[in-house]
Design a protein around this ligand. Structure first.
Ligand code: 4AD
Ligand code: MG
Length: 464
């Protein structure tokens, strides 16, 4: 049994082979000449393979002619050159085995095209659509490039915890982890929740970022990265936010902000280059069906140098631009998506790295500049997607860090271990976080972030 994938079967080299193909029927077409065409897909590539099943097959009338979309089959036969358009090969079936039927009156993925919103209701079936299949193959390729890039650069993959007691971003948008019974919360003498009776003896949460733990390992092992799920309980129903998303976070000892920017740019260029080189068919599909700017975006990331400008300069450029914005621009406020897009799309036409943000809008751990009002932060912005990376050089001076924590209402004693890194052999260091789903959005052109992750978690949505 020479089992081959449909991706392999579609190559001209397969012609002449006896092979076994397995997958799901997309369509069946019966010809007047007494045979049927089956379009088969197994998820290994976007395209289907055409199977020719002759009427003299023993189960032709009883089974093959009853096959409909969604049925699962094994087909054995010979790979032949195809006369059909858009395909080099087809299979002449010698045997068709049906594994599972799929009632055409009930199976939702019939010929009709469904909206992305509708498909979200069938999270268990949507991976069988062309769009989700292509998204998942591209997502996989990005993950592979992420690991390859860091491994080749000598980074160590560190697994930081999912459950933690610390709030890295200081934004208080954390999901609580507890085994206390919500109907019967134990209280202490002061009438406060008695966390001593909880599983971890303290308030605990799902992590919003692996950075703080990443810093611990970077200041021992040099170059590390963590890559895992992160959680944010921000109640924002936007096309760019998930409650559960994947983040890759490199952290590097003896790095300053310049080094950090260089790493981020090389990293994104590597991903874009490899998606272009390895996902040709899927990208072509996105270009045709989803967004005709996808190729250009990828090429821009891969080839054009990223512009680097300070936050202050960006504000000046936006003020001078004369463009009308819904949100007013003022030094000291966070940039809105419309400002980010104006900068990347209208002013520069390339990805940009914004740096040196006002300290008041950034977390406690970022290194303070001499000017007393900005920190060594950096955000990488992509055309049409906006912020894709957030990072910084870290504050490595104990006293400054403690002051910043107090300013932001964070109790230094709770972070004694983090401060120890500054007490014992402190070093300049830096890192950043890339949101995986935003990257998948950027390279596929998919507008809603819920459609680039298998099972999106958003306010009100966690059924399956
Ligand atoms: O800018 P953020 O919040 O940075 C951090 O968490 C740092 N601790 C990272 C670091 O320096 N190690 O998040 C980083 C990136 C964002 O640029 C964005 O791409 C993504 O994570 N992100 C989200 N993606 C989907 N849904 C959300 N709710 C996201 N929040 C952030
Ligand atoms: Mg950010």
């Amino acid at each position: 049994m020479n089992k081959i994938s449909i991706c392999e079967a579609r190559q001209a080299e397969a012609i002449g082979q006896q092979a076994t193909l397995q997958g799901w029927v997309r369509t069946r077409r019966d010809s007047k000449g007494g045979f049927s065409f089956l379009e088969l897909n197994d998820g290994t590539c976007l395209a289907n393979i055409q199977v020719v099943a002759d009427a003299d097959l023993p189960n032709y009338e009883s089974e093959i002619k009853r096959l409909t979309a969604g049925c699962s089959v094994t087909v054995r036969g010979e790979m032949k050159a195809s006369g059909g358009k858009g395909q080099a090969t087809e299979m002449q079936a010698a045997e068709v085995t049906v594994h599972g039927w799929s009632d055409p009156d009930e199976y939702p993925l019939q010929k009709k095209r469904h909206s992305m919103e509708k498909l979200r209701e069938w999270a268990h079936l949507r991976p069988r659509t062309n769009t989700m299949g292509a998204v998942m193959r591209v997502r996989n390729r990005i993950c592979r490039s992420i690991h390859d890039f860091f491994q080749e650069e000598g980074f160590l993959y560190v697994h930081t915890p999912i459950i933690t007691a610390s709030d890295c971003e200081g934004a208080g948008e954390m999901f609580r982890v507890t085994t206390l019974d919500p109907a019967n919360i134990p209280l202490d003498a002061k009438g406060q929740v008695d966390y001593k009776q909880d599983f971890f003896d303290r308030p605990s949460y799902l992590t919003v970022s692996g950075q703080l733990e990443g810093e611990i390992y970077a200041t021992a092992l040099g170059k590390v990265y963590t890559f895992g799920p992160t959680f944010r309980a921000e109640n924002s129903n936007t096309s760019r936010h998930l409650a559960e998303f994947w983040m890759v976070e490199p952290e590097i000892a003896f790095y300053d902000l310049e080094d950090n920017m260089g790493l981020a740019e090389r990293f994104l260029k590597r991903i874009a280059t490899e998606v272009l080189a390895n996902c040709e068919e899927d990208i072509e599909f996105f270009q045709k069906r989803i967004d005709d700017q996808v190729l250009e975006t990828l090429q821009t990331i891969a080839e054009k140098p990223f512009h680097r400008i300070s936050y202050t300069e960006a504000i000046e450029r936006l003020e001078k631009s004369g463009a009308k914005f819904e949100f007013p621009i003022a030094w000291g406020t966070d940039l809105q998506a419309e400002h980010e897009r104006y900068l990347t799309e209208k002013l520069f036409g390339t990805p940009i790295i914004l740096y040196d943000y006002p300290d008041a809008i950034k977390p406690f751990y970022m290194k303070c500049n001499e000017d007393g009002k900005t920190v060594r932060a950096m955000d990488v912005l992509l055309p049409r997607v906006g912020e894709i990376i957030g990072g910084s050089q870290r504050e490595d001076r104990l006293d400054v860090l403690e002051t910043r924590m107090k300013e932001q209402g964070i109790c230094p004693e709770d972070y004694w271990w983090y401060l120890d890194l500054r007490r014992f052999g402190t070093v300049p260091h830096a890192g950043f976080g890339l949101g995986l789903e935003r990257m998948v959005q950027a390279v596929t052109g998919i507008t809603n972030i819920r459609d680039v992750i298998p099972f999106p978690r958003t306010p009100g949505n966690a059924e399956f």
